[in-house]
Design a protein around this ligand. Sequence first.
Ligand code: DI6
Ligand code: FE
Length: 407
Amino acid sequence: MQQLHPDDLIWRNARLATMDPAHTAPYGMAESSAIVVRGQTILAVLPESDVPAGHSKVVDLQGRLVTPGLIDCHTHLIFGGNRAAEWEQRLNGVSYQAISAQGGGINATVTATRSSSPDTLQELAQRRLQRLMNEGVTTIEIKSGYGLNADAEEKMLQVARQLARNNPVEISPTLLSAHAVPAEYRHDPDAYLTLVCEQIMPALWQKGLFDAVDVFCENVGFTPSQTERVFQAATALGIPVKGHVEQLSNLGGAALVSRFKGLSADHIEYLDEAGVQAMAQSGTVAVLLPGAFYFLQERQRPPVEQLRKQGIPIAVATDYNPGTSPFASLHLAMNMACVQFGLTPEEAWAGVTRHAAQALGRGATHGQLKAGYVADFIVWDAHHPVEMVYEPGRNPLYQRIFRGEAV
Ligand code: DI6
Ligand code: FE
């Protein structure tokens, strides 16, 4: 290891679940090891026996477990109002699609979000973000998509930017203006997409307000050809794409995301063999959202075995949103991914670390305890990573380190 600087900090005497696939042990486990941090980056991960003697800045972790910071790669964290009343309707047998057709669903939240001030949206999102940070989240994706006009979509993304300024967390904003057709365009959805592709997307990209473009490709959302139009507009501006696809039906959305070398295909309960093959070719990450599957009482599970067989990276996220997944807990999402979808706990952990990082285009810098990666890591009062998946309500977080600082 290179010569230490006086300000380098050694976090020693730890059990490291590195999540680095180069380590052969499950979870990339490195027993009795240390992390050397220089500024905001990991300088080295090394066995205790190799820790240089006499360095002044040392933290003794007393044998505790350390994992990479958790990454929630799919959330709709910013919104006004809630959809509790609709949920009660759904429990009484009214379908998500029927509620949507009555102008409820996403458009109900659009009305509440448009009428909420930036401060109100900020305060509401701050509380949700705090719950996720308390569980160890250090990077989070947050989508627009409840504004559905230029001003309100910008308002949402400005709130996301302010959350990043106010908190020890990295936020990756995503433009999801193609989430639903707003009421004022219900008779001309293509005119709305012209507004999205020719005005909203270029203007907000110019302001540096988002990292990627997402589309809800579904019968209650946008058709494959409408989705393709949005992806073409994004690609023309050099913007990466991702999609809510095969959530309630199979429209070939995952294959479309793959054709654009998209970062991720999300939900994918109805993914078929053609979609799996396309994702395997393009390196598109499969993002599983078990909270929505559970809350919608879905029956169709994503084809996890085929994803495994094709070596497709599988991520897991909360999909936190008021309509289909009101769960601000990534530990719960990991538990559901195992219980509902048959992931192993180690796959669930890869799903909220290195694979989630890949879904956000950050696979080379985030989501592993590895030299050159961001110094985002969590110290746990737990012996093994499976404990957080097994018992989502416990949260044995001892210390949260963001960019090398205990926060
Ligand atoms: N799929 C979902 O499950 C959420 N958005 C999407 O495209 C639902 C969002 C909502 O119902 O508010
Ligand atoms: Fe979603």
